[in-house]
Design a protein around this ligand. Structure first.
Ligand code: CP
Ligand code: NVA
Length: 308
């Protein structure tokens, strides 16, 4: 079964095939209305279940649209409305859904839920974000970087703020695509050492630098994300603001990056917190290209999972 669970669990050659295919599909539909089906309809006759246990705008809409453009149909589900939210096991849910649908995308809390679903499903499972990673986002981000600046191999990517799930997928991607990372934030919010070690074991450098100005020097890409993730809860909000304020990405900080450095944010953003409007809407920013590329990258992920 070909699942897409995490970037470090997917072969680098397959990751490259996925991105090449995403780019080809994107250019093949350039200028066409969004609702136009792709010329190729590899998902015709296929149904994809989209399970959301957390809110979503981009993931939901890009999967809904992507499946339709490829000729398939979607089934939108929420954990709380399913028996899953009322005591049915994930293993049984996986076995049942596999009798009805051809693929499952899930956004959930605990990574264990995703892994259990994948273990017991007999159809491909795609990770649409857990507390621990967000691989579809980083596939779109690598695609976006390469559209603007060519190969990401050997580049310097700086993650600012909370070493969260999106940061984890960047670290997974660093090892697979061969780029270096600098993480800048307070020690208490460092990424899991396991992910840092994994990237380093693949020969790329990962530096943890507390001073944001020093961190962004010579960078090709500066990345921000929300200071409080969906699984963190409101209680952490004030503390995070105090801890992370020095790591805000603003014009002054961007001045220390390379002149042609890009700025990314997976969105949704809290404008004025982790990044200012001047940066988000400024010349370095490619945030809406990232959002668009979720669509193209995920279409390629789905085709790779199904082998179609
Ligand atoms: N970036 C991202 O995954 O956005 P949503 O939470 O809106 O899906
Ligand atoms: N780190 C954020 C990403 C949202 C797409 C979260 O998990 O809430």
């Amino acid at each position: 079964m070909t699942h897409f669970l995490d970037i470090h669990k997917t072969d680098p050659a397959d990751l490259r095939t996925i991105l090449d295919n995403a780019r080809a599909m994107k250019s093949a539909r350039a200028g066409r209305p969004k609702g136009t089906p792709d010329d190729n309809q590899p998902l015709a006759g296929h149904i994809v279940a989209l399970i959301f246990e957390k809110p979503s705008t981009r993931t939901r809409v890009s999967f809904e649209v992507g499946v339709r453009q490829l000729g398939g149909e979607t089934l939108g589900l929420t954990g709380s409305e399913m028996q899953l939210g009322h005591g049915e096991t994930i293993a049984d849910t996986a076995r049942v859904l596999s009798r009805y649908v051809d693929m499952i995308m899930i956004r959930t809390f605990e990574e264990l839920a995703l892994l259990e679903l994948a273990e017991h499903a007999t159809v491909p499972v795609i990770n649409g974000l857990t507390n621990r990673s967000h691989p579809c986002q980083i596939m779109a981000d690598v695609m976006t970087f390469e559209e603007h600046r060519g190969s990401i191999a050997g580049k310097k990517v700086v993650w600012t703020g909370d070493g969260n799930n999106v940061c984890a997928s960047f670290l997974h991607a660093a090892g697979q695509f061969g780029f270096d990372m600098v993480i800048t934030g307070p020690e208490q919010l460092d990424p899991e050492p396991e992910f840092v070690d994994l990237a380093r074991s693949k020969g790329v450098s990962v530096d943890l630098i507390r001073d944001p100005v020093e961190a962004v020097r010579g960078s090709d890409l500066v990345v921000a994300d929300t200071w409080v993730s969906m699984h963190d809860g409101e209680a952490t909000k004030q503390r995070r603001h105090n801890q992370l304020q020095p790591y805000q990405v603003n014009e002054e900080l961007m001045r220390h990056a390379n002149p042609d450095a890009l700025f990314m944010h997976c969105l949704p953003a809290h404008r004025g917190d982790e990044a200012t409007n001047a940066v988000m809407d400024g010349p370095h920013s490619v945030i809406f290209d990232e959002a668009e590329n979720r669509l193209h990258a995920q279409k390629a992920v789905m085709r790779w999972c199904l082998g179609v």
